[in-house]
Design a protein around this ligand. Structure first.
Ligand code: SF4
Ligand code: SF4
Length: 395
């Protein structure tokens, strides 16, 4: 469980990371966006509440409260688009003052020379920006028209000022065959740390699962192209006994890939991870509405707490909530007896919740699409009821 819980009366519990969703607003409308409010631009978050759509100052106050209660290693600033938030720089100041690590996820489209210069004055670990196609048409098929050039401009402005950029590729059914070319584009842009994030349907993106969820073959194609790319650009340094490959590039697959679907050992130079919920590496999500969730893709507030600013919320006790403590003890029936169960835990539970209705009853939809014969029929029925909810069975 979370580290530091028994480390003495005065010690704050250690928390690895909090992803702060700075604003519900975004200048793009990506088909793979996991924000549940993307369809309505954030209005649904505050329905029935006497609160403005973009309340000023609240994430700053909430972060102060979390930092007072927890020993947080680092914070990920995200959104919506964090560069559109007036709280971005006050929050960066706060985190720098408290000596907390900070990184950011942005679409890059709002970053011009002036903003890049200002960002370069902070100790940001990195800014992660996504390119989903090596050409304009494929990238914009994922994020909407008119964004490709602005994103490239933002990346170049950051790289030119020495701000570390992590290049992200959301691997979907539409771009899996283009991943090698996207990596080449990142190389041309001077970006050497890459996050391959295989598409996982959640939030707004759950309604695009049929079009975007990669099949097993799609992912194998994407990983093979990545391994070929890494082989071609690695330097082989001869030593006394052997050739040692120096890693000039780092590629991590940031969404878990259940090993029952893909033998990841085939791709030795790609780093693979597992779902961190319920471990010391968990990254909680703090929504623009003040709810704390298990991760950015999960929808339920931990402990049913509506806002972490509420004075009666015990933030230390909240870390012991069943949604966190019991997450890994519950396993989909399909996974019982699997050798990988303790690490994989069924893959992405958030996607299972959004697409299949329960985070712990079913394994990841990426696996389930190849297993459940009735899955396609059920989703076809749902599609007949609601054209936005659909997921096809891929064999
Ligand atoms: S735990 Fe479940 S999803 Fe993960 S590898 Fe095992 S069977 Fe597959
Ligand atoms: S449920 Fe786990 S794997 Fe899925 S997005 Fe959240 S942290 Fe990642």
């Amino acid at each position: 469980m979370l580290d530091g819980m028994q480390s003495g009366e005065a010690a704050k519990p250690k928390v690895s990371s909090v992803a702060v969703e700075l604003t519900a607003y975004c200048n793009q409308k990506c088909s793979y966006c996991y924000n549940e409010w993307r369809e309505d631009g954030g209005r649904s978050l505050f329905e029935g509440e006497a609160r403005p759509l973009h309340p000023g100052g609240l994430q700053l106050e909430r972060m102060r409260r979390l930092l007072d209660a927890w020993d947080i290693d680092h914070v990920t600033l995200t959104g919506g688009e964090p560069c559109a938030s007036r709280e971005l720089f006050p929050l960066l100041d706060l985190l720098q003052e408290r000596d907390v690590g900070v990184q950011m996820i942005s679409n890059g489209g709002l970053i011009d020379a002036a903003l890049a210069t200002r960002l370069a004055s902070y100790r940001l670990r990195f800014i992660q920006i996504t390119l989903n196609g090596s050409e304009r048409a494929l990238h914009e098929a994922h994020v909407g028209e008119g964004h490709f050039d602005a994103t490239l401009r933002g990346i170049r402005a950051l790289v030119a000022r020495g701000v570390p950029v992590v290049g992200c590729v959301v691997v979907t059914r539409q771009n899996a065959g283009n991943v090698g070319e996207i990596l080449e584009l990142w190389e041309q842009l001077g970006v050497r740390h890459i996050a391959l994030s295989r598409f996982s349907p959640a939030g707004y993106a759950a309604s695009h699962a049929a079009a975007l969820l990669p099949s097993r073959k799609d992912l194998l194609d994407a990983f093979t192209a990545t391994q070929v790319f890494l082989n071609s650009c690695s330097e082989h340094i001869p030593t006394a006994n052997q050739q040692v490959r120096s890693r000039s590039y780092q590629v991590s697959c940031t969404m878990p890939v259940p090993p029952c679907a893909v033998e990841v050992e085939q791709f030795p130079d790609i780093r693979f991870g597992t779902c961190p919920i319920g471990t010391g590496a968990q990254e909680f999500a703090l929504g623009p509405d003040g709810k704390l969730r298990n991760c950015t893709l999960h929808r339920q507030a931990i402990g049913a707490v509506r806002d972490v600013l509420a004075p009666d919320v015990d933030l230390v006790a909240l870390l012991q909530a069943p949604e966190i403590r019991e997450y890994r003890t519950q396993l989909p029936e399909f996974c019982v007896g699997c050798l990988h169960a303790s690490s994989c835990a069924g893959g992405c539970g958030a996607a299972a919740e959004w697409v299949l209705g329960h985070a712990r009853r079913y394994p990841d939809p990426f696996v389930w699409q190849h297993i459940d014969d009735e899955f396609g029929t059920r989703l076809a029925e749902e599609r007949a009821r609601d054209a936005k909810k659909r997921l096809e069975l891929i064999l």
